[in-house]
Design a protein around this ligand. Sequence first.
Ligand code: ADP
Ligand code: MG
Length: 315
Amino acid sequence: MENARDKKILLVALGGNALIRKGQQGSIEQQFANLKLPIKQIAELSRDYRIIITHGNGPQVGNLLLQQECNAEVPKLPLEILVAQTQGQIGYMIESTLDSEFMASGASITQNLVSLISYVVVDEKDPAFQQPVKPIGPIYTPEEAATAPFPTRKTAKGYRRVVASPEPVTIVEKREISNLINMDFIVICCGGGGIPVVREGRTFSGVDAVIDKDLASAKLAEEVGVDIFLIATDVKGAALNFGKADQKFLRSMTLAEADRNLGEGHFPPGSMAPKVEAAMRFIRAGGMRAVIASIDDINRGVRGQAGTEIIRSSF
Ligand code: ADP
Ligand code: MG
């Protein structure tokens, strides 16, 4: 393709499980091995699309928190710094895997790749700050939880640190990201939902929070004018009655159906609900196609052969 601008823009949001599959310990070897299949598909798609890759960081940021717990000699780092660290480490892993994939495919011209440390603005008055609900990091005893210097909550696994998960307001680097994809760079950005910052006049400062990566990706998709938004996860799409005998994966849902299914509680908060919500926001904002598909089916999801597509209406 002569001009990058002739290609449609595809945003792929990779779930944390693209690197660490459920039940795995998540060694670096495992993470690199898991990345191969999704990245191979994205490399193929880059021939026909301008590509943006976003990613989760749940397991990785949890591990960094645990590592901090093990060493009292070095100062503890605030969450926003840990999010920045995961953007660096995961960005590196995605970028180097993509690079190897292009080399292996014998591509004659080198594909430009970049991973970008990205900030996402949140509103300090967001009610989410009054009600931290997102559990992260290690499990504590009730005694440890009672004296911890941060809020904790009893979860199914035990007491865990909870942080606020505010709404993404705007992606700070949206113009840079647009410019880079227009020059046919593959851009890896908004890792872990982005580094949450509040704006104080002309400066930004980091806050203790974790933005949902699906909602941050939807905001980015809207701000950059993405054509296709694909959320890649570890199930083949959104299902009704998930995990029950009458479970039914959907190939498509209209906005009205998605609203109704959300209301009926088919999609739990923190996992499938933000994906459906993100896809709905993107379509409502004028996006062309939004698909939730398996990380093994990225290619087929983009071609409309797999996953759950959120559509404006059925006629
Ligand atoms: P990711 O790391 O990709 O964001 P999540 O664990 O946050 O992954 O969300 C995907 C998970 O959502 C699936 O593994 C599945 O267990 C869960 N899930 C809950 N409800 C549903 C549903 N109705 N349809 C499909 N998956 C669901
Ligand atoms: Mg998730």
